[in-house]
Design a protein. Structure first.
Length: 250
């Protein structure tokens, strides 16, 4: 079948496209640089012609509160309208575990708005909520760094490798719509500060990591369960040590 991946040239999009092509499907990687822009609507009608499944992996170019909300609302409405016109049978969107638990985060408020548009639409859907990617552990550490010290939250993290995310998203595209939320997590759970310290040690970074329950995570204060799932999540296969050995040491 024909599957269009919005944001199909990014980290998860390119891996998901590769998996689906290997199974014999026609996959179109859609992005502004390929002439498809969900924010303006450019190219949507053309690329969605005869499409059965749409996977939305697009991200906002700006994380400023107002800009990111505008992106997910405008792009979401444009995409759903174009899918209705094209007769798309299944809409899949990648979201984040904990979106509805961290209202202080402008980005997560925007993801809540995106999910609402999907739920209220008339297209069968699957929302795949993922925990944080292992590939972003460095950025998490940097966010809390001042000088030689990274002051980081003690909330729990259960990071997942992008290869596992791509596996789950590709799988969702090939089964019936859930008309609900599927949550996916990595196989190991530890405090965010401990995962960051483990990552920094692995790359030979000598920054001192300080565990601080009050430290903000991209603007939001975390509780122990803010970023992890106990809602019968699907668990990835790649542990941190294996990810580090195969990804960062290539």
């Amino acid at each position: 079948m024909k599957i269009v991946i919005i944001g199909g040239t990014g980290l998860i999009g390119s891996k998901t496209a590769d998996r689906l092509r290997k199974k014999g499907h026609e996959v179109i990687a859609a992005a502004p640089k390929t002439g498809v822009n969900t924010l303006t609507g450019e190219g949507l009608a053309e690329v969605l012609e005869n499409t059965e499944v749409v996977i939305d992996l697009a991200n906002s170019p700006s994380f400023e509160d107002k800009a990111v909300l505008e992106f997910f609302q405008t792009a979401g409405r444009n995409l759903m309208a174009a899918e209705m016109d094209a007769g798309v049978k299944h809409h899949i969107a990648l979201s984040i575990v904990g979106t509805d638990r961290l209202p202080d985060s402008g980005y997560l408020r925007a993801k809540v708005a995106q999910e609402k548009i999907i739920r209220e639409g008339n297209i069968p859907y699957t929302i795949v909520r993922s925990t944080q990617f292992m590939e972003f552990l460095g950025g998490i550490a940097q966010e809390g760094t001042v000088g030689d010290t990274a002051r980081l939250s003690t909330g729990f993290l259960q990071p997942i490798a992008s290869d596992d995310v791509a596996d789950f998203v590709a799988e969702a595209a090939l089964v019936v719509p859930a008309n609900g939320i599927i949550e996916i997590c990595g196989p190991e759970r530890a405090r965010l500060c401990d995962f960051a310290a483990r990552y920094l040690k692995a790359i030979g970074d000598t920054r001192n990591v300080v565990a601080d329950p009050q430290a903000r995570y991209f603007g939001a204060k975390l509780e122990d369960g803010s970023l992890v799932s106990d809602n019968h999540p699907r668990i990835g296969r790649i542990r941190f040590d294996d990810w580090f050995a195969t990804t960062l040491r290539k």
